[in-house]
Design a protein around this ligand. Sequence first.
Ligand SMILES: Cc1cc2nc3c(=O)[nH]c(=O)nc-3n(C[C@H](O)[C@H](O)[C@H](O)COP(=O)(O)OP(=O)(O)OC[C@H]3O[C@@H](n4cnc5c(N)ncnc54)[C@H](O)[C@@H]3O)c2cc1C
Length: 112
Amino acid sequence: MQVLDLIGIGIGPFNLSLAALACPTPLRTAFFEKESGFDWHPGLLLPNSRLQVSPLKDCVTLADPTSPFSFLNYLAVHGRLYSFVNRCDATTSRREFTQYKSAGCKTACMTR
Ligand SMILES: Cc1cc2nc3c(=O)[nH]c(=O)nc-3n(C[C@H](O)[C@H](O)[C@H](O)COP(=O)(O)OP(=O)(O)OC[C@H]3O[C@@H](n4cnc5c(N)ncnc54)[C@H](O)[C@@H]3O)c2cc1C
């Protein structure tokens, strides 16, 4: 039987942050989601809707700016960092932010 240090029920932004911040620690974690994959308020992702806060208020940056689970790292990995900076727009679309969280979910929430 595997002994875990931390269990999260539901993989919304809160537990996604917890999973990402727990990654570099020795904690053994498991996160359980009732849906088949990550989604952020499904049905409310209206076309062209924008994030209402800075995307730097992501899963990790304010707690650990060096984390590989940051929004800026996600943009860099997907070749979109320069276009984001050159847009001179302090925010981003809810669609892109959902894609960012979904990508982090695939790695941060695996049982360790
Ligand atoms: C339309 C809309 C727009 C918003 N826009 C912004 C924004 O731009 N910026 C911002 O900061 N905030 C925004 N918010 C606020 C938003 O609620 C929070 O940012 C965030 O989604 C809260 O995260 P959470 O993890 O606490 O909860 P949730 O996002 O509600 O996630 C909970 C998760 O737990 C799962 N779950 C529930 N019960 C169980 C169970 N029994 N077993 C397993 N899984 C379970 C659910 O399926 C879900 O995936 C917005 C909210 C809405 C409704």
